[in-house]
Design a protein around this ligand. Sequence first.
Ligand code: HMG
Length: 391
Amino acid sequence: MRTFESIGIASLGLKIPSFFLDLKDFAQLRGTDPNKYTIGLSCHEMALCLDQHTVVDLALGAARRALMRWKGGLDQIGFLAIGTESALDMSAPLTKWVARELKISGALRSYEVKHACLGGTLALRQAYEWRCSPASKGKAALVIAVDDTLYEASSPGEPTQGAGAVAMIVDKPLIAEIDPCSHSWSYPADDFWRPIGEPYPHVNGPLSLECYNQGALACFQDCCDYTKQTLGGFLETIKGMSFHTPFPKMVQKALGALCDKSEISKGSADKAKNLFLEKVAPYLTWNQKIGNSMTASLWFSVAQNLCGRQIGEQISAFSYGSGCGAELQLLTAGPEARAAAWAEDLQDDFSQRTQLSGQDYDHFRRLNEVLKDGTSKTGLSKDEQKLRQAS
Ligand code: HMG
């Protein structure tokens, strides 16, 4: 049997946009009870890219931070992959813009990965499998998960918008070792999709919740079958769990479904609640301030989950992408998890970002409508149209 070299996340870099909207202000703008968002969906703030920020800026910001903390040089990167559903072009990969700015070229595999929110995780798995193979010639991989999520104004998905990027260097397992075996699941579903040329996704909300839960049940069960333990035993022993987070209440519901399927919930509903509070909720607070950053959302939670961990502590990372597919990955904390150098990225970004009012956001939305479809049907004033032409 082939033995695998120990490979994992050697460096991490995080980046969020410099604007955000409080969900209470958003609720006032849309005439909704704020509790629907802050309690019903458990979302607090959404990070927003305004026109001067693009997914390339976010990806570059995260990549530069990961590279700055890594001891290797750019000539030691042999693989660059970006998982995203915010592509700039139908042919050219987003990596073209990022590699140009980073000045990475030459003996390099550079491409974009698309599978809704699962793209970042698939890019990470591909990087891991490449790094373990002779094709890597001992070089490292740079993986970036990045998205800028906007739903149609006043649609049910709008309160879950968000944006951000997580960059990971796959090499020695200094921060976390990636388990060689991951647990995948997929079937064709029309739960969330964005037709070519359309600015916003179409969503079948109830179906998407069902698909997410089914994916979680299937992946966790596969992992338990493979590691020969019960689902209840797995949930009791794992140190922390991160999930793709379209909105934090979704994660609580998925954990509830896992507990119901295991022996955990039997006798006491409090057990599932306590498990959530102890092993999941502490790693959702960054997501509550960022919103759904799609491919990056799981990896923000993983980055928070790894902060301060002792060497050898194991955590799980569940990824879901509409369409639909899911993957469960186990990660084991390495020697640099304890110091959690990457946490300062978000401390800086959170403290420096600018809060938008509901009116600012509304203005931005209307400007964005025109930028996307080039018409004035959203009722922009002449000045606003001039601004659009100048940008
Ligand atoms: P909705 O239908 O407007 O909301 O949108 P709702 O009526 O279902 O209410 C939401 C919750 O708030 C409910 O809680 C209400 O009871 C509660 P629940 O019963 O479900 O526990 N609520 C209140 N609570 C307190 N005070 C109040 C109040 N009012 C209501 N006053 C929906 C919800 C999820 C459909 C919408 O946000 C949406 O369409 N989101 C986008 C789709 C999505 O995020 N799906 C998640 C799984 S799919 C996924 O993760 C993939 C994705 O990331 C895309 C990709 O892969 O690329 C989306």
